[in-house]
Design a protein around this ligand. Structure first.
Ligand code: F6R
Length: 594
């Protein structure tokens, strides 16, 4: 995963810009951080260490480090433990080149051996360091940064986005991408290369989204773009575009954490998700209707949104439809042909498993790829035939919250178009309903306090609500680090009931309507074995130890109202247990490794 930010400026020193950019990218990984700057004396100075960006800032005096060009990195360790040596940037033997890298170099051991046999000394256990040595070896030949990058790209195998800084090129950076994101920020005085626009959005909203397999040479004058083979591309075809996300959405405002702020943004974000171009929605609906089958694919929370979409696609649009975890996509391949449409759901649009799934689907000449994605210009958006953006603004907290509910809304919009029904109605009313669901906040905080020390949690629901039980459990696991399981209510008696003891908390999602009585019977079975039932429902019931009241709504919107209190529960569990909800341990927001 890892986050990269690099800057080259004609007027200002870039250390503080890089540190600020790194903080915006910490959602990509946060076990170590580092910065390399080219000082006025032609030397690359590296400051890096294990720990968060804030700790790095305290450890070193960045104010005394000049330099108008630099690269920086926040790490999510893959090869080599969390240590200062393994932190990026990595410097070449002679100090000529420093690099930062996101991705995995699969053949690094072979390359390392070859480089060592030619006299290169390695200082880390990372796969990334080979890039610095390869670049130096090539750069020394004719001092051509792009040619050196082409030569390095030719021998490395795997996925990467990397940026290099050269000790004798004060106004220049080069970057390359292969199956990992890299975006150019085109500020007036300062230009950027980053894994994500969020890293430079405070300085410019003009961005060039590099295509896969491209190299960029960036100076204060502008960007030149090349293929990985070194062929320069026509500058006119690569104009910067304005990124729609507002700067305000990058601050926590009065909230203690981004996660809480993003949960609270949902009354608006469920509405903005519906602000789609009607022609694209119609075209997507027509494409799906004309398909023989639909395969939905996603990971994590996006997978749960896909499960919800499948339920309506099958029941209401009568589509033959499968949901496949992106990491398992291979198993679906025999059933994919030109009459299948693939729908890919993702917040980041950079999830490696998902991109791989789309690639595999395309190799089967699939009848179209439709994506529901938050990040415009992401790899997924660029690889899709049709894209509907989630329009929920940047999601900074690692746990998906508003992007999940936005996916549910966009899915509903498509299905309503396919069926000719209007299950959405007045979007403004939806906002009011979400506000009512948010009114459970104090109760969820109290419940978190009461249940903060439990070892296990269960979430159950039936039919179209079951994916919310799964999503509630996932949120709780990742934010509180408490073991949790989301189950189909009827399935309990087939094994899991054996785990229920006196005091085991079970969240029972029991909205009015079809399946209510059966769900309540399951709650009774649990209570009879000592479970404490937290009912998420429109009305209380004697079997509930606690009732979390959610507003009534129609079927397609109900999952949104059910998940909001569960997001709050997970958030407060994290704060009760002194976890950082924005940065859960071991996780990264954009999972760009397979
Ligand atoms: C859970 C979470 C992850 C993501 C998953 C997919 O809160 O954030 O499970 O949902 O990594 O990411 P995207 O949606 O970016 O493809």
């Amino acid at each position: 995963m890892c986050g990269i930010i690099a800057a080259v400026s004609s007027e200002e020193e870039v250390a503080s810009i890089l540190l600020e950019g790194l903080k915006r990218e910490e959602y990509r990984g946060y076990d170590s951080a580092g910065v390399a700057l080219l000082n006025g004396k032609g030397a690359i100075v590296v400051r890096k260490d294990a720990g968060r960006v804030g700790q790095l800032e305290q450890r070193y005096n960045f104010a005394e480090l000049g330099g108008r060009v630099g690269i920086a990195h926040t790490r999510w360790a893959t090869h080599g433990g969390v240590s200062q040596k393994n932190s990026h940037p990595h410097l070449s033997c002679k100090g000529l080149v420093a690099i930062v890298h996101n991705g995995i170099i699969e053949n690094y051991l072979d390359l390392r051996k070859e480089l060592q046999s030619r006299g290169h000394a390695f200082t880390s256990q990372t796969d990334s360091e080979v890039i610095a040595h390869l670049m130096e070896e090539e750069y020394e030949k004719d001092r051509d940064p792009v040619r050196a990058t082409v030569a390095a790209a030719k021998v490395i195998r795997g996925q990467y986005a990397f940026v290099a800084l050269f000790s004798d090129r004060p106004g220049l950076l080069v970057g390359a991408r292969y199956d990992a994101p890299l975006v150019v920020g085109m500020g007036e005085k300062t230009k950027f290369l980053a894994s994500d626009v969020l890293a430079f959005l405070a300085h410019t909203d003009m961005a060039i989204f590099l295509d896969n397999k491209e190299i960029v040479e960036l100076t204060t004058e502008g960007a030149r773009i090349f293929t990985l083979k070194g062929k320069e591309l026509d500058a006119r075809s690569r104009k910067a575009t304005r990124v729609a996300w507002e700067l305000g959405s990058l601050s926590k405002e009065s909230y203690a954490h981004y996660t809480l702020k993003e949960i609270h943004e949902q009354p608006n974000s469920v509405q903005s998700a519906l602000a789609q171009d009607p022609e694209i929605v119609s075209a997507v609906a027509d494409r799906l209707k004309s398909a023989k089958s639909v395969v939905l694919t996603a990971s994590g929370s996006s997978y749960h949104a896909a499960l919800l979409m499948r339920i309506r696609l099958a029941a209401e649009a009568k589509m033959r439809c499968e949901v496949v975890l992106s990491g398992d996509f291979e198993r679906e391949l025999p059933f994919i042909d030109d009459e299948t449409v693939v729908v890919a759901l993702s917040q980041s649009g950079e999830t490696a498993d998902l991109l791989e799934a789309v690639k595999k689907a395309k190799s089967r000449k699939v009848g179209g790829v439709v994506s529901l994605v938050n990040a415009a210009g992401s790899s997924l958006a660029r690889q899709s035939d049709q894209t509907l953006l989630l329009n929920c603004g940047p999601e900074v907290g690692v746990a998906a919250t508003k992007s999940f509910t936005a996916q549910v809304m966009v899915g509903n919009l498509i299905i309503d178009k396919m069926t000719g029904k209007d299950t959405i109605g007045n979007p403004y009313k939806l906002g009011t309903l979400v506000e009512k669901a948010l009114a459970t906040e104090q109760m969820m905080s109290r419940l978190a306090h009461e249940y903060r020390d439990r070892a296990d949690f269960y979430f159950i629901a039936r039919g179209g609500h079951y994916p919310i039980a799964q999503e509630g459990a996932l949120k709780l696991k990742e934010l509180s680090y408490i073991h949790a399981e989301g189950m189909s209510a009827g399935e309990l008696k087939h094994g899991t009931l054996a785990l229920i003891e006196k005091g085991t908390p079970v969240v029972v999602i029991a909205p009015n309507g079809h399946g209510y009585d059966d769900t309540i019977s399951n709650a009774q079975e649990l209570a009879a074995r000592g479970a404490e039932i937290i009912g998420v429902a429109q009305k209380t019931h004697p079997v509930f130890t606690h009732t979390v009241r959610i507003p009534a709504s129609n079927g397609s919107f109900a999952p949104v109202l059910e998940v909001v209190p569960l997001q709050l529960l997970a958030y407060f569990m994290a704060t009760e247990r002194k976890n950082d909800p924005d940065h859960p341990r071991n996780l990264a927001k954009s999972v760009t490794v397979k």
